[in-house]
Design a protein around this ligand. Structure first.
Ligand code: GLN
Length: 249
């Protein structure tokens, strides 16, 4: 019965173009909340067998449940997420996505739900100890991420190697093909445990915050997302989800 009520509410939301499904001009389906992500970003979203798990996946599931919608996760290239959301193919973009002024030209962002940092990974024996040492070196990034955008801006395009996945950049670093990787702190921590001989510089490259992207002007969905985030923060669910994926050390 609960499920039935949920579906009805979801359908109502759809009819008023409020939430899951059929956003105006979009192809997202009725009764389904479509989340666009790039599931190469542990612990926020990654593959575990055939399912996509992680902090974002769980927050998204909670949002969908609140709205009485079925969650559908689409795994696409990171730099396709904003176009999918702004064209209405996906209802929301959730991918450890940093709020930036530029992105705000194309999508609206929810309240933030995580604080993050861009960090620098280097080989432990490289002698690189600070951000100043990066001048003139080759830096690997994941295509289209803030790490890519900021590093390209600061060091120049000729010093940047772009990869489809952060993990590929880290592997290239291990193999000595590049000198450093700039990437978000939590994936960095995961990747250095999976590749030997790497360290994260203490000095962070940039501070940022993550939020959920929706199509510009989709205020009703944004309100629902923000309400849910506030509830998840207030009742401890968000902390519990984070604690499940990130150890406090
Ligand atoms: N936080 C970074 C950004 O928003 C990277 C996100 C990601 O790679 N999924 O650009």
């Amino acid at each position: 019965m609960k499920k039935f009520l949920g579906l009805v509410m979801c359908a109502v939301m759809v009819m008023s173009l409020a939430g899951c499904g059929k956003t105006a001009g979009g192809t997202a389906q009725e009764g389904i909340l479509v989340m666009a992500t790039n599931a190469e970003f542990p612990p926020y979203e990654y593959h575990e067998g055939s399912t996509i798990v992680g902090i974002d996946a769980e927050i998204a599931a909670a949002i969908a449940e609140k709205m009485g919608c079925e969650l559908q996760i689409e795994d696409i290239a990171f730099d396709s997420i904003i176009p999918e959301v702004s064209s209405g193919k996906a209802d929301m973009g959730m991918a450890g996505m940093t709020v930036t002024e530029d992105r705000m030209q194309n999508v609206d962002f929810s309240d933030t739900y995580a604080i993050a940092r861009q960090v620098v990974i280097v080989r432990a024996d490289s002698g690189i100890t600070s951000l100043d040492d990066l001048q003139g070196l080759v830096i690997g990034v994941q295509q289209g991420t803030t790490g890519d955008i900021y590093a390209t801006d600061e060091f120049g395009d000729e010093y940047i190697e772009r990869y489809a996945k952060g993990m590929e950049a880290v592997q290239a670093l291990t193999q000595g093909k590049i000198d450093a990787v700039i990437i978000d702190n939590e994936p960095a921590r995961v990747f250095i445990t999976e590749n030997e001989g790497l360290i994260i510089l203490e000095e962070a490259y940039a501070d940022e915050e993550y939020a959920i992207a929706v199509r510009k002007g989709n205020k009703e969905l944004l309100d629902r997302i923000n309400e849910t985030l506030a509830e998840l923060k207030a009742d401890g669910t968000l902390d519990a989800i984070v604690a499940k994926y990130i150890s406090a050390d």
